[in-house]
Design a protein around this ligand. Structure first.
Ligand code: SPD
Length: 361
């Protein structure tokens, strides 16, 4: 092969595309981003992304508290965020690198400030509610017109749930959400941190346990879509994704989501940068990129979750903005509660009771 002169080699190396050595490590919830978001970020910035997923705040928290996770971006829910900020797990955001903060909804960010004073460490990614997804026909076949599809009774009344056991009942593996929902159904304050209230909630969950097929926080999306379970305590957008998958498969499965009349948890998931993130500069670029109105709208239009980006709203499909399961009505909003932040002792109580619920002992 003919050798190029040295000067030509140097000139060629100056114009040839140089493979980017820069990488960003993202750890996000499963089923929580548009198909092309990462590709577009890399095209816009040249930064390659390693993208991992989880489906539990507890799993994320264990990594954040242990440190050295290697992640640059993580997506904790607001109550977990607060506790992890107190533990020093996140670095303050450099807002001079986040011009798209101007796109965020001021009222929602003010709500998040209740967990992160001054919005120093995090911005809203998506928000939603924890309610019930169900298979319309399977429930109707088993419970008829009296099916309490607008109520937590559908999953917390043992007589009702017993009739659904054969078609499959699932619950999130999320103790800090299931116990308060059960407490609320019993007429107790879902934000209570009283041990007795936790125990009452756990007792109710134990009473329906024999009829629950599994506790898992992501499997229910495909199971609802395929008709492999008929009721799931689940997160709003995930149930809508199940509905969407069933519609696309044209498999005759009709999935519906309800915010029960007794009320439900409203939560915010946030983007934050671990204190020991290897590439905080790229992390800021990613957060700012996601806060672009079109990028956020694309994510909402794909994952069916509400977002905290006011500028994106005109770009979100009307089918989504007009759905009361995604953007609750004022009446439903009045019954929503915000996540409670548990201290270490309360957290231990909840974890111990949840283990009992899951194992039955
Ligand atoms: N598939 C994405 C699910 C996101 C759920 N976030 C957790 C909310 C916890 N309250």
């Amino acid at each position: 092969m003919k050798q190029l002169p040295l000067a030509a080699l140097i000139a060629a190396s100056c114009v040839a595309p140089i493979a980017s050595a820069e990488t960003l490590n993202v750890y996000n919830w499963s089923d929580y981003i548009a198909e092309d978001t990462i590709e577009k970020f890399t095209a816009a910035t040249g930064i390659e992304v390693n993208y991992d997923v989880y489906d539990s705040n507890e799993v994320l928290e264990a990594k954040m508290l242990a440190g050295n996770s290697g992640y640059d971006i993580v997506v904790p829910t607001s109550d977990f965020l607060q506790r992890q900020i107190s533990a020093g797990a996140y670095q303050p955001l450099d807002k001079s690198k986040l011009p798209n903060l101007a796109n965020m909804d001021a009222a929602l960010m003010e709500g998040l400030a209740g967990y992160d004073a001054g919005n120093e460490h995090a911005v809203i990614y998506m928000w939603g509610t924890t309610g019930i997804g169900y298979n319309v026909d399977m429930i109707n076949e088993r419970l008829g017109d009296d099916a309490p599809t607008d109520s937590w009774a559908l999953v917390f009344d043992p007589d009702v749930v017993a009739k659904l056991a054969d078609c499959g009942v699932s619950m999130l593996d999320a103790p800090t959400e299931l116990l308060p929902a059960a407490m609320n159904y019993l007429g107790l304050d879902p934000r209570s941190t009283d041990k007795k209230d936790f125990e009452a909630g756990a007792e109710l969950l134990m009473s329906v346990r024999p009829h629950v097929r599994y506790y898992h926080s992501s499997q229910y999306i495909s199971d609802l879509a395929n008709g492999d379970v008929c009721v799931s305590v689940g997160w709003s957008g995930d149930v809508f994704q199940a509905r969407d998958r069933a519609d696309e498969a044209e498999n005759g499965v009709a999935v519906s989501y309800v915010i029960p009349k007794e009320g439900a948890l409203q939560w915010f998931d946030t983007m934050a940068i671990p204190v020991d993130a290897p590439n905080p500069d790229a992390a800021h670029k990613f957060i700012d990129f996601v806060m672009d109105a079109q990028i956020t709208a694309d994510i909402t239009n794909y994952v069916w979750y509400a977002n905290g980006n006011a500028a994106s709203m005109p770009l979100v499909d009307e089918e989504i903005t007009s759905d009361p399961g995604i953007f609750p009505t004022d009446a439903a909003k009045a019954n929503l509660w915000a996540s409670q932040v548990y201290n270490a002792r309360q957290d231990r109580n909840v974890t111990r009771l949840w283990t009992k619920v899951k194992t039955g002992q």
